[in-house]
Design a protein around this ligand. Sequence first.
Ligand code: ADP
Ligand code: MG
Length: 455
Amino acid sequence: MSDSVTQLNNIWDLTLKNINEQLLTQSDGQRVFDSFFGGSKLVKVNGDTMVISVSSPLATTILDRKYRSMISSTIDELTGTHFELKFIAKDDLDKEQKEIVEEPKFFKDCKLNPKYTFENFVTGPSNREAYQAAVMVANTPGQLYNPLLLHSDSGLGKTHLLHAIGNGIVEKYPNCKVLYISASDFVDEYIKFATTYKEDQSLVQFFKNDVDAFLIDDIQFIIGKKKTMEMFFVVFSTLGQRGKQIVITSDQDPSKLEGLDDRLRTRFTQGLVLSIDKPDLETSKQILRSKIEAGGLDVNDFDEDVITYIAQGFSSNVRELEGALNRLLFYSINTKSTSKVTMNEATAAIKTLSATVNTSKRLTEEKIIAGVADYYSLTPSQLTGKIRTSRIAMARHIAMYLDRLLLDTPFMKIGETFGGKDHATVMNGVKKVENSLKTDPDMLIAIAELKKKLS
Ligand code: ADP
Ligand code: MG
């Protein structure tokens, strides 16, 4: 028999109706029916056993002792089959079901990337301190710098070093349980967790038992997420008390992270805070050489001028430096006449690259404002001005939201752009949009269309 919920309900409804009629022949029949059968439910059929939940332990006893045979024969008649009956009080059933809820598995997709190691990290004056601290932490986790916080602009090696620390720890201490997670994944995981499990306890328990080193990337993404920040604080304290290593990266000095919970800010700065700067020319060239070799090519096949030329052009971001090199490799494979990569090829390859980097395609705050204004038939100055009719205010919040989402602009800066608002006002505006995205399909459509339009 299939025990789909409606089928169970149907069987039980018929049974109750039938029993009610039988009981009405007794003088106190209706009272008995209401007291002991009221709120009862057929919850499942296990083989030839029916499990029936009832309103109280007393009802369990009464049905079991006095009405079992009446119920049983009614059901047998209705279904043409014999079933054993099991009565269980509703509260006990709830407890039983809670116990069989699957054990939560946390962060199971968070893996260290073996590609990022200390060996393939090129050091120079811009990143040496960060590198050395990272190596120390990997060798003696939880002992020297705790937490270690590394910050820099994008593309300067924070994520690389974070994975290198994790890989280093695991290599030296194979039993050490390392958890790497980006803060935005942490936010997602926490929201998922909080909607599935009511209590935070099991998550805290997980950190107590299953994490010896916690590596959290791009911490700026927990900002503005109040609940997550609270949880993060608890996790932080839990690990701290146990002397577990914590390493954090951030796109800014923690003292400049607007909207960060002050207790967290204090914690973050208790250990060692180091920045990574843009590599100087020599380091950039060295990085290029190491990437060329990592790609199985011979550095000697590249004119020295070529290396210098690319290093000069892209040293503010190693990710872009790698991009430029890849572009050159692609270009020279396709056009190669001689065996050496020369300036001719480099300039030609990079010219097309810079063309794509610098064209007007790059999104800016101005473009977001113009795009949103256009979408709502407003002028840009209405968006950045002070008028607060609900329509303009909503469009303004949407523009702020997109500014934050697409450009990662700091709240303070957004406030300046929108006519000198403070960062709390901006955060509120952004939050309003985030909230209505959860409930308002119109907002969802507007944001999707705007994103498409701006991309
Ligand atoms: P961030 O996390 O700071 O934005 P990443 O760690 O993702 O930067 O670095 C971007 C890319 O540049 C990665 O592929 C990384 O391996 C490379 N990279 C950055 N710094 C170095 C370095 N000093 N030596 C070798 N590769 C580097
Ligand atoms: Mg990173």
